[in-house]
Each structure stands twice: as C-alpha cells, then as structure tokens.
Design a protein around this ligand. Structure first.
Ligand SMILES: [Zn+2]
Length: 135
C-alpha cells in the first residue's frame, strides 16, 4: 500500500503535500478540518502562486513551477524565502533535487526526512508533529 509519498502529492510549487498540516486533517491553529487531498486536488486554493502568476492559465502545460520559463520568478523566490525561513524547507532545493536525482529519489529522501523516530509515522513540516503517535 502506498504511504502517500507520491508525485501526485508534490504540489506545483514543490511543497510535499504529504507532510502538510492540512493533509493530516488539521489547520495551522490546531483545529481539526477535513483532511486535504493535496494541492492538485484543490487548485483554486493555490494561495501562494496563483494570484500572482501570469502563467497560471497555462497550468495544463506546466506541472511544476520549475518547468516555467520564468522559474524561479520573483514571486516564487519570495515564497521560497518564506517557506525556508518558517519551515526549514526550500522549494528551490526540492526542485534541484528532483532535477538532479529524479522524482523517485526525492520521494525516498522525503520519506526518510519526515519519518517519526518514535513510531515510523510521518512528521508534519508545518508543526513538526507526528499525528500518528501524538495526535
Ligand atoms: Zn510518531
């Protein structure tokens, strides 16, 4: 059975939705919510990029922001800076990894990076909690 580390859960901007607080069924403020199926399943909620991205209309042609001719655009660099600073994950580094070693290798490293030492579950990138053993 899949543990959810799949290309489908890598968002357009390179976030691993598998480790997102929303995927675990929580909001950032700790409230429960219906679990999110990942950014690709709810495109209109792409809060980071869409509103600023002139290329977003070409989304059928561009799977990842890294495929865009403007990558990394100013807006993307801002997002990367924010995400790196707040959560310790660089989306540009994610794409560099995918580009140099391939998606499968990236997913393998993600699986290892976010594995809960206590129970083997998945640690959340946003809250650094494991919702399997510390719900
Ligand atoms: Zn755990």
């Amino acid at each position: 059975m899949s543990d959810g580390f799949t290309p489908e859960l890598i968002s357009r901007c390179g976030i691993n939705c598998r480790t997102c607080v929303g995927y675990f069924g929580y909001r950032l403020d700790g409230q429960r919510q219906a679990p999110c199926g990942g950014c690709l399943t709810r495109e209109k909620f792409c809060g980071f990029v869409k509103d600023y991205c002139k290329k977003h209309a070409d989304k059928d042609k561009i799977r990842y922001c890294s495929e865009c001719e403007d990558f990394p655009c100013e807006n993307f660099r801002k997002i990367d800076e924010y995400y790196s600073g707040k959560y310790g994950v660089s989306l540009i580094e994610n794409f560099n990894h995918i580009k140099s070693k391939g998606m499968e290798d990236f997913l393998r490293s993600e699986r290892a990076r976010w594995k809960c030492a206590a129970c083997g579950g998945v640690v959340c990138v946003h809250t650094k909690r494991c919702y399997t053993c510390k719900p």
